[in-house]
Design a protein around this ligand. Structure first.
Ligand code: DX5
Ligand code: ZN
Length: 217
């Protein structure tokens, strides 16, 4: 399914009300809910772990899309699968054995994603295309919400060509709002993560607490 899907990132939501926040964005039309896991080691910020994912799982009707910004990844795959993740995405930069990591994710029954930092080329996934269900193109350096969009249109186009007719999503993460969403969709992305633009109004001057910008994106 190559239709455009919006995946609000709860990193920008109210951490004391994840259940209500997830329900609110789904009511507003969110297709997936994006869950950012940060370890203070692979990225310079700490968010939350598998117990929080398990707690929010019952509040998400659709796809729970877990983005692991942690290193190492492999010891924690089962915990995130047990927590109910539908998609588990690991960074190619997080360790020397991404091939093994993607196999291990698929072995749990979850979809396997691979994320690329802005400095990592499209070609780095050339030998992973049949092992992955999603390629996440970071359009910020990971670690924080609310950062400025870095245009990775060339990388997205190259990946779309490399993928060919394989059933692989291209997800964009970082700085997606009403202005940048059309750029990445045009380049070939189909899953758009949006944190601050959804939960905080972003570039859309909307004071409502959550959810109201999904349709605009
Ligand atoms: C960045 C995270 C993103 C982030 C996006 O490290 O992976 O998912 O929450 O936030 P915005 O949309 O505000 O750039
Ligand atoms: Zn993310």
């Amino acid at each position: 399914d190559r239709s455009i899907k919006i995946a609000p990132s709860i990193l920008a939501a109210d951490f004391a009300n994840f259940g209500a926040e997830c329900a609110a964005v789904e009511a507003e039309g969110a297709d997936w809910v994006h869950v950012d896991v940060m370890d203070g080691h692979f990225v310079p910020n700490i968010s939350f772990g598998p117990a929080t994912c398990a707690a929010i799982r019952p509040h998400i009707k659709g796809v729970m899309d877990v983005h692991l910004m942690i290193a190492p990844v492999d010891p924690y795959i089962d915990a995130f699968a047990q927590a109910g993740a539908d998609v588990i995405t690991a960074h190619i930069e997080a360790g020397p054995h991404i091939h093994r990591t993607l196999q291990a994710i698929r072995a749990t029954g979850a979809k396997a994603g691979v994320a690329l930092n802005p400095g990592t080329p499209a070609e780095s996934v050339a030998h992973l295309l049949d092992l992955t269900d999603l390629i996440c193109v970071m359009t910020v350096n990971p670690g924080f919400g609310g950062q400025k969009f870095i245009d990775m249109s060339d990388k997205i186009k190259t990946l779309r060509q490399m993928i060919g007719d394989r059933p692989v999503h291209i997800e964009i993460d970082g700085g997606v709002d009403v202005t940048t969403a059309p750029i990445v969709a045009q380049a070939g992305a189909d899953v758009l993560v949006a944190g601050s633009a959804v939960f905080r109004g972003g570039s859309v001057s909307d004071p409502a607490p959550y959810g109201t910008n999904i349709k605009a994106i």
